[in-house]
Design a protein around this ligand. Structure first.
Ligand SMILES: [Zn+2]
Length: 587
């Protein structure tokens, strides 16, 4: 009975309604244009709305991908032109009339180098789907295919989309289950070097673009260690195949996560010395996301609305917990010693608590406002914002410590994530709300979390580290400084000492210094950046200095009185008590 019911339910999906397929060409990579054809079949509407996403999942900023789209044209099956009108910034209406089969053609300019935007030049093509493929709302859940016809000089396509083995036309054809999957599988098209390794029962393909100093055997071994250690956190790896697309470039920018692939942008010479650990750290971060954010996720992050911002107050869990694990996994795989891991944790804590914005923006708000704040920083950001990556990772460590304490070293944060994975991803097949996350955590830890959330997640209080870390074998020393501080950062530009930021309530602010001012002299001496910084660091509290400043080419003098600045700082050291729990934590 079950089978029959399933077939009846599936039939309409498979047999009727609109279906879509795409063709992607790049005949002249030097002009940076992809030529895209969207083939619509089975249309029954007089007007069809096609849309370009405004953002790409994982990168919480409206990027307006339609800005790169040239004139959109449409044709009937027999080549007759169909009129197209613009409906909004990212939507077009195809006036289909009675046409059932329609071809929509457009070009996309792709020349922004990043892991979240498409790119094309003579050296390679990178397809970030949300910046290339338009969609039709009612066909978003339909299966389809995309045929890629690479430029003749490009020999390979690396993507985690399944290949259509039956296709024998030009280029290569890939299948997708729905639009979400199409845009969640970036493609690297070119002459990239490819190697493979198997870890945790999953076949991993690594596609390396760009000249670099990597060692294939070393990477296979070390990346496999990370995959195995991260799979052990959740206890299962949901993929059969996984693709790493690595862009080795002059100025690496980080990575972007997907369900069964990732794109990493790194400095091309990152594979030697201390920088190599940074690469592994990025691998650990993006790979961990295949669970945390792609599967263990807020309910708001999937299925995605590509038309607008998708707000969630849980990015501190998604990015913060992932940032915590990208360090912890390096400890578990032996790339960090216990001391190195603790030094990283201490530095995160001191960054978080020492940033003025920590006292202004709760981390839940930082998550929600990522779209307008985190991704749009300005000269005042450190006064008003706190990154959900750093405070989220510190909170992850505190919650981990709390679980280890409550279970006397039998369980840790791994087990809580396992529970979320099983309950929500596998069981309910959806994400969780903020209230559900809090409720699940309270249940798991075995205590009410209202106060914790009110103070440290929805509030901006300094976290009482001693209270949380002492039971897991760490000494926490409050070494809050109260040093004299001018409170403005400067950078030399074209021989001028320019003010780049002014701390809220600082001596610089009191003196009337503003971002954009040029500091010419101090106490009768002309200064360069190092001289100015040297003079400021040598001042005592309540000492005054006279500064000659230029603003809009007008010269004036200000009197600055140096004030002490209280900066919360902490020192972490291992304690002889609760050593067993500490070793369980840092195992
Ligand atoms: Zn991340």
């Amino acid at each position: 009975m079950k089978h029959i019911l399933l077939i009846i339910l599936c039939l309409p999906l498979l047999s009727f309604g609109m279906t879509v397929s795409y063709e992607l060409k790049m005949p002249k990579p030097q002009n940076h244009y992809y030529e895209v054809q969207l083939n619509i079949s089975g249309n029954e509407d007089a007007q069809v709305e096609v849309k370009m996403p405004v953002w790409t999942p994982g990168s919480y900023l409206v990027r307006e991908f339609s800005k790169n789209v040239n004139l959109v044209k449409a044709f009937s099956k027999d080549g007759k032109s169909i009129s197209v009108t613009k409906k909004s910034k990212n939507a077009w209406i195809i006036n289909a009339g009675k046409e059932k089969d329609i071809q929509v053609k457009y070009e996309v300019y792709a020349f922004e180098v990043s892991v979240r935007t498409p790119f094309l030049d003579l050296s390679h093509g990178f397809v970030s789907g949300s910046g290339v493929f338009m969609y039709i709302e009612k066909a978003k859940n339909q299966v389809g295919n995309v045929t890629v016809i690479p430029h003749e000089s490009f020999k390979r396509i690396s993507t985690s989309l399944p290949v259509d083995q039956g296709y024998n036309g030009l280029g290569q054809r890939f299948q997708f289950e729905n639009y979400d999957q199409l845009v969640d599988c970036p493609m690297e098209i070119g002459n990239q070097e490819i190697f493979e390794f198997t870890a945790a029962g999953v076949n991993h393909t690594v596609a390396m673009y760009g000249e670099s100093n990597f060692n294939v055997e070393q990477l296979k071994r070390d990346m496999a260690k990370i995959v195995e250690a991260e799979t052990a956190v959740i206890g299962k790896n949901p993929n059969k195949m996984y693709t790493f697309i690595v862009h080795n470039v002059v100025d690496g920018q980080g990575g972007l996560e997907h369900m069964n692939s990732t794109v990493l942008s790194v400095n091309r010479w990152t594979y030697a010395g201390k920088q190599y650990v940074d690469f592994l750290n990025l691998v650990a971060h993006e790979y961990f996301h295949l669970w945390n954010v792609k599967r263990i996720r807020p309910v708001e992050l999937g299925p995605f609305n590509y038309d607008t911002e998708n707000y969630t107050s849980l990015l501190w869990v998604m990015e913060g917990f992932t940032s915590y694990y990208d360090e912890l996994i390096l400890r578990r795989t032996g790339f960090y010693t216990e001391e190195e891991f603790l030094a990283k944790l201490q530095s995160s804590i001191n960054y978080v608590e020492g940033t003025p914005g920590s006292r202004v923006q709760p981390v839940a708000h930082a998550s929600f406002d990522a779209w307008v704040k985190a991704y749009r920083p300005n000269e005042n950001s450190s006064n008003t914002t706190m990154t959900y990556y750093s405070r989220g990772s510190v909170l992850a460590s505190v919650i981990d410590a709390m679980i280890i304490t409550e279970t006397d070293g039998k369980k840790c944060l791994d087990h809580f994530l396992q529970q979320l994975y099983v309950t929500y991803y596998e069981g309910l097949k959806r994400g969780f709300s903020e209230a559900e996350f809090k409720m699940e955590l309270a249940k798991f830890v075995g205590k009410n979390m209202d106060e914790f959330f009110a103070k440290y997640v929805d509030g901006t209080e300094i976290i009482p580290y001693k209270e949380f870390y002492a039971p897991v074998g760490l000494n926490v020393q409050d070494i809050t400084t109260n040093n004299p501080s001018f409170g403005a950062s400067v950078r030399e530009e074209g021989g001028k000492v320019m003010v780049k930021s002014v701390r809220f309530g600082s001596s610089a602010e009191e003196a009337g210094i503003s971002v954009g001012d040029e500091i010419i002299g101090c106490n009768g001496y002309r200064v360069d950046q190092s001289m100015f910084e040297g003079m400021m660091s040598g001042m005592s509290s309540f000492e005054s200095c006279e500064m000659l400043v230029a603003r809009d080419e007008k010269l004036f003098s200000v009197q600055a009185t140096i004030k002490p600045y209280k900066k919360p700082q902490f020192l972490l050291t291992k304690s002889p008590t609760n050593e067993k729990r500490l070793h369980y934590w840092l195992r």
